[in-house]
Design a protein around this ligand. Structure first.
Ligand code: G6P
Length: 614
């Protein structure tokens, strides 16, 4: 979703801002723009529909001088993606420029009020009212930019991360946040501003994450000042970034998504590292151990998430119920937050989010918190809003995920959920030590098994050629593999734009089987497990209707091989870990089909990596 970058220092701002926008491209966007306070103290704004590269072409012949500027990638919410609606937006007099991520809910009221005072708007966005309002307050109240922003934000309802620069002040950037992320990077006599740390990491590892309703006052020659909307000063907490630059580059792969798929053996090792003792007799997820009593006494666990994280949550439900005997409910965060759910003070709410910024998940957390639940976060992005809003939690430690379609974060989430279930089960005594140690050993071996799956990537690549022009796909799985089927279908639709549905295999008979004919590819996850025979029956039902079956099977499988049209073998594992090995070929299948179709794999149309608006 919208990306924000800002710079103030002694270097030319333009290349830093453009590079920053490129780093944020992965978030998803449809237009881009930049505002620079030039050497001649002109406030220049350049913006275009399309990609950052289009903006660069547009700015080629323009004055891009200046050591202070703000830049933006926009993911349209109010007003179509075009030049007028792209950010930055000028104030009425063109003395200020502003960029914004979020949604201003009362913008119509504010706009009407300003129109009645003679202001005329240039765009159809909700954003433009903020900069008009700030200028109006500056002029009528004769206050400085920071005070005007404080007063304006008191009138604004909604979510925002904003940054403003002023033609009359080349030494200041004012930035503020509420429910949309904003990070300030502190260098040597220079400051950076961004929606996340990715544009900052190559310049400094010292960052400050702004909290809700905090304003960063960035002034040349002065230390960073943070105040709240009531002008109370807050001591900024400077954090050290753990991320490095190579994690943000493609490392020789044609796409981030492929790189991230192939990274999984290592990322899962990173995820497990330090959490299982050498003997393999103990799993220590410190967030759980620190809150042992809460987990042991929990009557119920609710997991909230969106998208791929929601699929991981479904696997978590199986794991926790199966191993810990605690009832689990999985909810779409966007539904949970608006349906007046029953939450008791003793309930545990687990929020899963790769980005840690998903607006609906954040709102679900706030709701659960207000009802007294204990909130546990499972996030990837360190220092993200969700990581900070939760009472405790575990990072998945898989490194930055840049491809919009989530891959390594999904397997990381499932791995953390596996360790979480094992930790609780051991503490609760719901698993025998023998079974526990068998599972721990198997989990430790999963990274090697994924390496084996990846060695077979050519098989999947070849298979992808047969199905590139399919118009629909069905993905089937049962038990632990049902969420893996949902995730497989989601991967395909996200990046290839082929319609795909995931179903519990036995549900086929209740409707979807009507779709089966010779043109319908069906991906069936049929690894050897307790319901293997049942899954085989479901595959027979598809074959009886001429469907084309691509089966994911355990190594050495003969039964399914005799029925399915194509088989992809994966190493044998314990049933709870089957989704980890089965997901990888499905990620590859989606990837290769999308590449065959010439799709923009890393930045699929209309999608955003970090959905910071509801
Ligand atoms: C977006 C992304 C998905 C992701 C979902 C939830 O839709 O494109 O890949 O699964 O948001 O994001 P989160 O960061 O909360 O896991």
């Amino acid at each position: 979703m919208c990306g924000i970058v800002g710079y103030m220092g002694s270097k030319a701002a333009y290349p830093i801002l453009i590079k920053g926008l490129h780093r944020l491209e992965y978030r998803g966007y449809d237009s881009a723009g930049i505002a620079l306070l030039s050497d001649r103290l002109e406030l220049n704004v350049y913006k275009t529909k399309g990609k950052v590269a289009d903006l660069e072409r547009f700015a080629e012949s323009k004055d891009v001088s200046g050591c202070i500027g703000i830049a933006h990638t926009r993911w349209a919410t109010h007003g179509e993606p075009n030049e007028a609606n792209a950010h930055p937006h000028y104030s009425q007099s063109k003395g200020l420029a502003l960029i914004h991520n979020g949604i201003i809910e009362n913008y119509t009221v504010l706009r009407t009020e300003l129109e009645s005072k003679g202001y005329t708007f240039r765009s159809r966005t909700d954003t433009e009212v903020i900069v008009y309002l700030v200028e109006y307050i500056m002029q009528t109240n004769r206050v400085d930019l920071c005070t005007a922003v404080q007063l304006a934000l008191h009138q604004v309802i909604g979510a925002y991360a904003i940054a403003l620069i002023d033609r009359n002040n080349p030494d200041e950037i004012i930035a503020a946040r509420k429910s949309s992320p904003l990070v300030v990077g502190i260098g040597e006599d220079e400051f950076f501003l961004a929606s996340d740390a990715t544009p900052i990491v190559e310049y400094t590892d010292r960052v400050v994450y702004l909290n809700d309703e905090e304003i960063a006052v960035i002034r040349r020659g002065e230390p960073l000042k943070v105040v709240n909307l009531n002008n109370v000063e807050i001591t900024p907490e400077i954090k050290k970034l753990a991320m490095n630059l190579s994690q943000l580059e493609k490392g020789g792969y044609p796409h981030f998504m492929l790189k991230e798929i192939f990274e999984q053996p290592r990322t899962l090792q990173d995820c497990i590292r330090g959490r299982i003792n050498i003997e393999g007799t103990q799993v220590v997820l410190s967030g759980v151990i620190d809150n042992r009593d809460k987990f042991l006494n929990a009557h119920r666990i609710i997991i909230v998430a969106c998208g791929t994280s929601w699929h991981a949550a479904l696997i978590g439900e199986h794991l926790i119920e199966d191993l810990c005997r605690i009832p689990v409910e999985v909810e779409y965060a966007s539904e949970f937050r608006y349906r007046n759910p029953v939450i008791h003070p003793g309930d545990i709410v687990i929020a899963i989010s790769q980005s840690g910024e998903t607006a609906d998940t954040l709102a679900a957390i706030e709701l659960a918190k207000s009802k007294g639940a204990f909130i546990y976060g499972i996030c990837n992005v360190v220092g993200s809003s969700i990581a900070r809003a939760t009472d405790s939690g575990s990072y998945i430690h898989v490194g930055p995920e840049i491809g919009v379609a989530s891959t390594k974060a999904f397997t990381g989430q499932v791995t953390v959920l596996s360790m979480l279930a094992l930790t609780i089960a051991q503490q609760k005594g719901t698993l025998s030590q023998t079974r526990f140690e068998e599972m721990v050993k198997e989990l430790q071996g999963i990274p090697d098994k994924l390496s084996k799956v990846l060695k077979n990537s050519e098989v999947v690549k070849e298979l992808s050629k047969i199905f590139t022009y399919a118009r629909n796909f069905i993905y089937l799985g049962r038990g632990y593999n049902y969420p893996a089927a949902l995730e497989g279908a989601l991967k395909l639709k996200e990046i290839s734009y082929i319609h795909a549905e995931g179903y519990p295999a036995a549900e086929m008979k209740h409707g979807p089987i009507a779709l089966i004919d010779v043109e319908m590819p069906v991906v069936a996850i049929a690894t050897t497990d307790s319901i293997y025979e049942k899954t085989i029956s479901n595959i027979q039902e598809i074959k009886a209707r001429q469907g084309k079956v691509i089966a994911i099977v355990s190594e050495g499988d003969e039964m399914v091989r005799g029925i399915a049209d194509y088989c992809i073998e994966v190493p044998r594992t314990l049933e709870p870990f089957a989704p980890l090995v089965a997901s990888v070929p499905l990620q590859l299948l989606a990837y290769y089909i999308a590449v065959n179709k010439g799709r923009n794999v890393d930045q699929p149309r209309n999608l955003a990596k970090s959905v910071t608006v509801e």
